[in-house]
Design a protein around this ligand. Structure first.
Ligand SMILES: [Cu+2]
Length: 262
């Protein structure tokens, strides 16, 4: 009668959802990104996976809630003038709908801590160290290469910037050149106000703060050109604080570094 019907409804909802998740897990398929960037660094991919898992979990919860609402509304709709059965509490149900959200929040918290720890982890042997200095209105990139050569390159010196075409990839903006398949240490600071060092394709943004040095790693995966920008409103020419990121093969990077020795 009633009990078997409820069981099969629950199964009808849960089984396809679990099957889809299992197929993704076992098939080694990449999770859908739901409009986010897949990511061009190892850290960015971790962030992307975390995002995808959260959205899938959210969709799962939303589907279950929606089905339960619709089922309740149709199954128990008013059919005649009789007063329905009256009851005031259901302790097992109340425990279930308190414990399950707590478990879900616990899973989200755990996944976030593990993911963020791996994103923020810094290597003891980075292949290259790039000192990034933000200033109104530009970016300075200097390199501590493995040869110990310190270089100042691609400095945008004007404090009253020309308004360039709005493409960070334009060579008129400072370009941060880094090698592919390497762990790059970024040492970030600001000389005036708070700026934001943001590379959308790296799923990464961090404050550049005066008096504070922020240190983090990017482990590049493939070559490519990416846009960077200031993500913290810092004044009149904030919108002009663009930069490019060029991830190039190691040989190209070595040549570029040699040609830019100061
Ligand atoms: Cu800025």
């Amino acid at each position: 009668m009633f009990a078997p019907a409820r069981k099969s409804t629950g199964r009808r909802i849960a089984v396809p959802f679990v099957l889809v998740l299992t197929a993704f897990a076992l098939g080694g398929c990449e999770l859908p990104t739901f409009g986010g960037f897949r990511g061009a660094t190892t850290q960015a991919k971790t962030e992307s996976t975390l995002w995808s898992q959260m959205v899938i979990l959210g969709i799962g919860v939303a589907m279950i809630v929606l089905v339960l609402i619709l089922w309740s509304a149709f199954r128990y709709r008013r059919r005649d003038e009789r007063m329905p059965r009256q009851f005031s509490e259901n302790i097992p149900l109340e425990i279930i709908y308190t414990v399950i959200p707590c478990i879900l929040v616990g899973i989200i918290f755990w996944a976030t801590v593990v993911g963020e720890n791996s994103i923020d982890a810094v290597s003891s042997h980075p292949a290259e160290i790039v000192n990034v200095t933000a200033y109104r209105w530009g970016w300075r990139f200097s390199y501590n290469s493995s040869t110990g050569v310190s270089q100042n390159v691609l400095v945008q010196t004007s404090s009253e910037p020309k308004v360039f075409p709005q493409s960070a990839l334009s060579s008129l903006y400072p370009q941060m050149v880094i090698p592919a398949h390497s762990t790059i240490r970024i040492v970030l600071q600001s000389v005036d106000v708070i700026h934001g060092f943001y590379i959308p394709a790296f799923n990464f943004s961090r404050y550049a703060q005066p008096g504070v040095i922020n240190t983090f790693d990017f482990t590049t995966t493939s070559t490519g050109k990416f846009k960077g920008q200031c993500s913290q409103y810092c004044g009149l020419y904030h919108s002009e604080m663009l930069f490019g990121v060029r991830v190039v093969p190691q040989a190209t990077f070595s040549q570029w570094l040699a040609s830019h020795k100061s």
